[in-house]
Write a protein that binds this ligand. Structure first.
Ligand code: GTP
Ligand code: MG
Length: 422
């Protein structure tokens, strides 16, 4: 069992199926290494086997398990990280034979989400996913150990004083129901708040999306002159934040920073992920940030596109941004292959200005104009009009004011319904 200590030693391990290319296999293991680093583990070894399928009993074949046990002993590793999601019994058997705690890819990601979740909303969602994942594993442990309760902790010692073995099935179910109720309450609250805000504003909105560690929060900070959490860690950001472009543009554009994407997102996290992104997906422009210096950027780009499709964002216009070009990447190649994209570095102020300009230009183009007539009796609406639109022209007569305005199609339509010039 892993205690709450600095840097447990870990071995990353995986079976390479015949359908998986060497490059893809290596990239995935490298990513697992990054995930491990994010959790503060020290990766001391890499263990692989080529196989037609996973062993049903313990993921690796019999002979290989002995090899793994040896490696574990030599490296005095406390953890074995498996780059696939494996079944509770496979994990249990492998753990028994290798003599170290086994965490699969899902567990690793869940643990990162668990540690990084900051808001009440994010915490409850991650907790539900974790309990759902732990349930079958606790049962397996109980089955294998008999009444003596030898439960796997498997959470890097984050159980907060309460041994997971003590939670029986019913308690687990009750806790999930309770959390779900809490979440439903919060979701409603968020929705109303959002609706109210949108109604008031009808503002231009863009969302920064992309693979984890691509540089979204860095760009968010640079674009909006704000302080956000930037870290060379995977899933540094788990909650959506919203800020206006700064220096301000006409129209004013709100930008949101979002949770990073990753391949094989644990199933239980998809819902949580989706609701975190919900708000962002109301944006009219998705700024898709890609780390151009990462050798696996194409795969990361594809994964992000796939997930965006899955969560229903197919139709939303995209602005593709290749970031970190100061660190590496084929600048001219990228420009040639992705003509509409921006190739840049968050470290260069000129590049940031260009990106801000591109975002603002998108909204300028999509805006529409309308003529409004605001009777003197409705002058209290002036504030709203000036907040949501650019007023191009204003003339007054005895009955009220004529305004020619320009703004987001939805806001202008709403105003036009109310004050359209007849
Ligand atoms: N060299 C270089 N590093 C960058 C650039 N942009 C971001 N970084 C670094 O990349 C790391 C990740 O940046 P973040 O902004 O936290 O990435 P993110 O996309 O928000 O990551 P998640 O929140 O984990 O999804 C940080 O160490 C940044 O300083 C860039 O243009 N060039
Ligand atoms: Mg971030």
């Amino acid at each position: 069992m892993v205690q709450k200590q600095k840097g447990p030693r870990a071995i990353v391990a995986a079976v390479q199926l015949s359908s998986v290319s060497d490059a893809e296999f290596d990239a995935s293991l490298d990513e697992l290494r990054q995930l491990a680093k994010t959790l503060g583990f020290e990766v001391v070894g890499k263990f692989t086997q080529k196989r037609a399928g996973f062993d049903k009993t313990a993921y690796f074949g019999t002979g290989k398990r002995e090899e793994l046990a040896l490696m574990r002993e030599e490296e005095s590793a406390e953890l074995i990280l498996i780059d696939h999601e494996i079944s509770p019994s496979q994990a249990f058997n492998l753990e028994k034979q290798a003599g170290a705690e086994v965490m699969d890819r899902t567990m690793v990601i869940l643990e990162i989400f668990h540690r990084h979740a900051a808001s009440r909303f994010a915490r409850a969602q991650v907790e539900i996913a974790r309990l759902g994942y732990m349930g079958p594993r606790l049962r397996e442990a109980a089955k294998q150990a008999g009444p003596k309760d030898r439960a796997r902790s498997g959470t890097g010692g984050r159980s907060g004083g309460e041994s997971h073995g003590e939670l029986d099935r019913r308690k687990l179910r009750d806790r999930i129901t309770e959390l779900q109720k809490e979440l439903d309450g919060m979701a409603l609250e968020r929705k109303t708040r959002r609706a109210r805000r949108q109604e008031r504003a009808g503002l231009a909105r863009a969302a920064l999306v992309g693979y984890t560690n691509a540089g979204k929060s860095t760009l968010m900070r640079a674009l909006t002159g704000s302080e956000g959490l930037v870290a060379d860690k995977l899933f540094a950001t788990l909650d959506t934040t919203v800020r206006a472009l700064h220096p301000e543009t006409v129209p004013r554009v709100l930008v949101s920073d979002t949770v990073g994407f990753i391949k094989n997102l644990p199933h239980g996290l998809v819902a949580s992920f989706k609701s975190t992104l919900d708000e962002a997906l109301e944006a009219s422009l998705l700024v898709h940030v890609v780390d151009a210096s990462d050798a696996g950027f194409e795969r990361q780009l594809a994964v992000t596109e796939e997930v965006l499709d899955e969560i229903g964002a197919q139709g939303v216009p995209r602005l593709l941004v290749f970031n970190k070009i100061d660190k590496g990447g084929d600048e001219s190649g990228l420009r040639a292959r992705y003509p509409g994209a921006i190739v840049m570095s968050a470290k260069r102020e000129g590049d940031i200005a260009k990106l801000r300009e591109a975002i603002s230009a998108f909204f300028q183009k999509s805006q529409v104009e309308a003529e409004l007539f605001l009777p003197w009796s409705a002058q209290n609406q002036r504030g709203e009009i000036f907040a949501t639109c650019t007023v191009l022209e204003e003339r007054a007569d005895n009955d009220g004011a004529f305004l020619r305005v320009r703004g987001e199609p939805e806001a202008v339509r709403r105003l036009h319904d109310q004050f359209g010039r007849r």
